[in-house]
Design a protein around this ligand. Sequence first.
Ligand code: ATP
Length: 336
Amino acid sequence: MVAAGDGIGPEVVEATLYAMDGLGLDLELYIEPVGMAGVQERGAPITDETVEIARDMDAILFGAVEKPPPDVDYRSPLLTLRKELELYANVRPARPLVPTHSRLGPVVPGGPVPQLDVVIVRENTEGLYVRREHVIEDGVMAERVITRKASERVHRFAFEWARAHGRTKVTCVHKANLLRRSDGLFLETFEEVARDIAADIEWSDMHVDAMAAAMVTDPGSQDVLVTPNLYGDILSDLAAGLCGGLGLAPSGSYGEDGALFEPVHGSAPDIAGQGIADPVACMLSGVMMLDHLGHPEAARRLEGAVLDALASGVSTPDLGGEHGTLGFAEEVRERL
Ligand code: ATP
């Protein structure tokens, strides 16, 4: 299913589908309007019918959705799909695609630029994202939920993902020194799962603040990170920023009833409609989707074409280039 959404969503999705079309795969596409596009066409940001269609799909390619105007009764398409399909593991790989776009400088002046190459596996269903806030005397209290079931399954996923992708180390990121019970449970289940299934993989844990520093000062030291919801959100934007910006960061959400692939960025209303959005994040989400669909060769071809275009200096204005969204897609398609 293709759910392009609104803002720059339809622009980057169109560019991605155009490039992917050059692979000659026989993919059957169901196009569903979501977000404000859904409100206009179907009277709702996401209908129950769309959710049912999504359940039947092998994968969903999602663009982005705008924040709704305050007067619109709005159910978030993304949160709905995450919840209904139980998409519990959000995977966000980050590495500098082109050295010149990396914000990482040499640790020693004049020395080599260290490589950040991390995959952040973020628990996607709970933490602060249960969005339960209560007014208390003189303030507000937010609930942060960590359960054994959700923690265990995301840890298992992280180790299995690491193994399937030739990764050798998984680090649990937490703040169990402060949140001794909730993050303590997240860490405890990590250690249990690791002892159970990860004899062939190195594993350790680190406090989230120390991890943020390590990603900047010792970027080569990290591999696969597994985190509660909010830490993963923040660390993956940090990693994306270090690697060249949000326009380059892909993601995949995997779960009990499906898989959804989307760029990490949002709808970017400031540049929507101008034809200058960077489609790389969406294209690389498409690469993750092709891998998931069992087309690894096509995935490598598309990835190779995107990286080759970037390495040849082809880019959109966010990276200092002069290509438009579709112009970039054209360059990628020619390279296929
Ligand atoms: P939303 O409210 O939907 O999250 P936002 O603008 O708050 O939208 P993002 O869409 O993530 O958040 O964008 C943050 C900034 O990054 C914006 O200034 C935007 O122009 C820039 N940006 C995001 N995605 C891209 C992209 N694909 N190409 C170029 N610039 C981008």
